[in-house]
Write a protein that binds this ligand. Structure first.
Ligand code: ATP
Length: 240
């Protein structure tokens, strides 16, 4: 585990986190600390337990054991935007929220969806629905934003636009972000720290220091990509 920077407050601290489904131990005495404002990408093979860890951090899984200390201010966005179909976009953003409607309007403006505030979710494109889902998370002004493969169903161009948006929003609001992804390049382009989950633990933990906007041919990213592919058990010359 990477040492925490002195003076950086943790928004999540997990020690000995264990979760089994029957005989299958998915998280095995896992340790992890997430510092305030960090942008972390979490990689791991399919079934390695990434979503299980995210659900534990979100407080959605009460069956975990170990020490888990997480800020109260957590928001989650999932792979499917999970908008309520019978509520308009704006109402989806404010659902379960006591705050003023201006905040919801501001969040929609931040993701570029002001024009779609009164639209029904089913009329949104995939990228718009994912932006609405981000607005719903942002309006809660989280200290920790958990993103479970939110870009994986989007086409390549929409994905690039949303990547830029997420970096912009993170730069402006500075929540800590934990992004679950299968995509090594996405992890390297977005995050300041990349983790690999394997055999129930954090098997690899690298900082990414290249300045943004990042390019795939940055030498630091090329080296890290090879290390990460090896950690994931994929030959570096193969595809992630
Ligand atoms: N509710 C559940 N009941 C039984 N097994 C489960 C449950 N949730 C997850 N698992 C098992 O735990 C393991 C880890 O699942 P998890 O969804 O966390 O993996 P993941 O790394 O997110 O996978 P993927 O990348 O494919 O989304 C898998 O073997 C899965 O079948």
């Amino acid at each position: 585990m990477a040492a925490r920077l002195p003076g950086v407050k943790a928004v999540a601290s997990v020690r000995d986190l264990t979760r089994a489904f029957g005989e299958r131990v998915v998280l095995d005495a896992l340790d992890l600390e997430i510092g305030s404002g960090e942008f972390i990408a979490l990689l791991g093979r399919s079934g390695s337990g990434k979503s299980t860890l995210l659900r534990a951090l979100a407080g959605l899984d009460r069956e975990v054991s170990g020490e888990l200390s997480v800020t109260d201010s957590v928001a989650v966005a999932f792979q499917e935007p999970r908008l309520v179909p019978w509520k308009r976009v704006l109402a989806n953003i404010t659902l379960g929220l006591d705050g003023p409607a201006e905040r919801a309007h501001a969040a929609l403006a931040e993701v570029g969806l002001t024009e779609r505030a009164q639209a029904w979710p089913l009329t949104l494109s995939g990228g718009e629905a994912q932006r609405a889902s981000l607005a719903r998370a942002l309006v809660r002004e989280p200290d920790l934003l958990l993103l479970d493969e939110p870009f994986s169903a989007l086409d390549a161009l929409t994905r690039i636009t949303i990547h830029q948006l997420v970096v912009e929003l993170w730069t402006r609001h500075r929540p800590a972000v934990l992004l679950v992804t299968h995509d090594v390049d996405e992890a390297l382009l977005l995050a300041d720290r990349v983790l690999v989950l394997d055999e129930g633990r954090i098997a690899h933990d690298s900082p990414v220091t290249a300045p943004r906007p990042r390019h795939r041919d940055n030498p630091e990213l090329i080296t890290l990509r090879a290390d990460l592919l090896t950690a994931l058990g994929v030959a570096p010359e193969g595809r992630s």
